[in-house]
Design a protein around this ligand. Structure first.
Ligand code: ADP
Ligand code: ADP
Length: 239
């Protein structure tokens, strides 16, 4: 059974045009899947349906045995706890330090964390430090995130995602604001999370070269429809 499965997913925001149109795809445990397609193709909508930030108009989403389109309250929170998100613009609290931002992954995204280190146990702080070390930012744990480079900010975003012990990480254009070198570092860290920690990654990318290099599988969307689902080597043949 796949970790995440979407079936016949359709989303219309305005009641007539379709951001997603009958999309079916799945992600296995520990699998790295990239979604490619031009701006407006529906990539972001697909990710947002996976943790129900967006309610699909039709179709089903299942995650780790739960029917995401039906769960409510505590069960929905349980689903979201095991699905973490990484954003193009990082979504960090800039007046807070790296470690405070990571600990926010434990609290939920809405809380304000500057100066809140005292709220956390030694064990939680140890764990936050551990994930910062895993993304190579141990030396920046107590640095305010507005002092970090773009690549470093995104690595804090990855650490914040890792601290949730997710089964799935959803990354929405994680490298779109980064230079090629930082982009590579971020992709390597996501790939590492899949390989070493068994965390499935579903990553929206408009850079096809990075998708080809780092993915187990590629899904291509065009105007809301799935137009390719296969191995990177197969995409090469059709392109
Ligand atoms: P992508 O991530 O591939 O750029 P999106 O999923 O963001 O694609 O968008 C797909 C389509 O849905 C676009 O036409 C976009 O304008 C529309 N759309 C996305 N989000 C919203 C929203 N919150 N309200 C209305 N339309 C939206
Ligand atoms: P990116 O790392 O995304 O390319 P920049 O171009 O802003 O972002 O950073 C260029 C270099 O400067 C990088 O090697 C980065 O690690 C370093 N850098 C930027 N800000 C800081 C900082 N506050 N402390 C230490 N190094 C920094």
């Amino acid at each position: 059974e796949p970790l995440l499965a979407v079936q016949g997913l359709t989303k219309s925001y305005d009641g007539w045009s379709k951001a997603l149109d009958g999309v079916s795809m799945a992600v296995a445990r520990g699998e790295f899947v990239s979604i490619i397609g031009s701006s407006g193709a529906g990539k972001s909508t697909l990710l947002r349906c996976a943790n129900r930030l967006v309610d699909p108009t039709q179709g089903t989403v299942s995650f780790d045995g739960a029917d995401v389109t039906r769960v409510k309250g505590r069960d929905l929170r349980q689903v979201r706890r095991r699905i973490s998100m990484i954003f193009q613009h990082y979504n960090l609290v800039y007046r807070a330090t790296s470690i405070e931002n990571v600990l926010q992954g434990r609290l939920g995204y809405k809380s304000t964390v500057a100066g809140a280190l005292g709220l956390f146990s030694e064990e939680e702080k140890r764990r936050a430090f551990e994930v910062l070390d895993q993304v190579g930012l141990a030396d920046f744990a107590y640095t305010r995130t507005d002092q970090l480079s773009g690549g470093q900010k995104q690595r804090v975003g990855i650490a914040r995602a890792l601290v949730q012990d997710p089964l799935l990480m959803l990354a929405d254009e994680p490298i779109a604001s980064l230079d090629p070198k930082s982009s590579r570092t971020v992709m390597e860290q996501l790939r590492w999370a899949a390989d070493e920690l068994g965390i499935a990654c579903l990553v929206n990318l408009h850079q096809v070269d990075f998708a080809l290099e780092f993915s187990d599988r590629i899904v291509a969307l065009k105007k809301g429809r799935l137009v390719f689902d296969g191995l990177p080597s197969q995409l090469d043949e059709t392109a």
